[in-house]
Ligand binder design. Structure first.
Ligand code: ATP
Length: 234
């Protein structure tokens, strides 16, 4: 579904991603793990059109999308739930969700999409009319994922969905990620919580200082001694 071929991404002089290649097959849940600053967010930004690779190619469903603008990528089915949630705190929960549907025309079933998101996260329905800034951290994270689902993505990019959440909420978020996979959404999941990410992923890539250090089946990486030592607390 998506293939990155030797991509190099810079922030001015900072060479954040160095000759990184990976692929994601339709229906897969692929995890991207690595320490702070390894370049995980930058990889997601490169896919969703927020940071262009200076060299290398990103191919999505046989189209070269390396230079494509972010809003066109949303239309093609790529949606990004960013780190830090970035919800609109003065708008209501419902208004935040509606913003996620900006590419949809009036004929599309926006009400049905909202009901689907409320079935995944019932608490959002209870809070529908509240300003999003009044939600707890976990609820804001649910809203961020919900908003990115409103464009009916085929490929969902999730950046640190469990960051800063209490264990029960982390469980809930991971359950929903598995439900989305069952509902045929292909997912690239960036996580600091490497153990839980590897437990639900099909395959994973380990990034270190902007380079792919290791990749393979998630269950193999769970048992890999290097991964255990560096990311799974021994
Ligand atoms: P984290 O988990 O801390 O977000 P990460 O693996 O997602 O880490 P990135 O945020 O992609 O890593 O950062 C990769 C590198 O690029 C780091 O060295 C970081 O300092 C640098 N970087 C990220 N964003 C910018 C920016 N806007 N301007 C300059 N350098 C940046």
């Amino acid at each position: 579904m998506l293939r990155a071929e030797n991509i190099n991404v810079y922030y001015d002089q900072i060479h954040a991603i160095k000759d990184v290649s990976f692929d994601i097959k339709e229906g897969e849940l692929v995890a991207l793990i690595g320490a702070n600053g390894a370049g995980k967010t930058t990889v997601l930004r490169a896919i969703s059109g927020l940071q262009r690779p200076r060299r290398g190619k990103i191919i999505y469903k046989d189209n070269d999308i390396s230079d494509m603008e972010a809003h066109r990528l949303v239309k093609l089915g790529i949606s990004h739930s960013p780190e830090g949630r970035q919800i609109f705190s003065r708008l209501t929960v419902l208004e935040n969700l509606l913003i996620g549907a900006f590419i949809k025309n009036k004929q599309s079933n926006i009400k049905g999409d909202i009901d689907y998101i409320y079935s995944l996260f019932p608490v959002l329905k209870d809070r529908e009319k509240l300003p999003a800034g009044a939600l707890s951290g976990g609820e804001q994270q649910m809203l961020s994922i919900g908003r990115s689902l409103m464009s009916s993505p085929k490929l969902l990019l999730l950046d640190e969905p469990s960051l800063g959440l209490a264990p029960l909420l982390v469980e809930k978020i991971f359950e929903v990620i598995q439900t989305l996979k069952k509902n045929n959404i292909t997912i690239l999941l960036v996580e600091q919580n490497a153990y839980q990410a590897l437990e639900i992923a099909d395959r994973a890539y380990v990034l270190e200082s902007g380079v792919v250090k290791l990749h393979g089946a998630a269950r193999d990486l769970l048992n890999n001694s290097e991964v255990k030592k560096a990311y799974l607390g021994g």
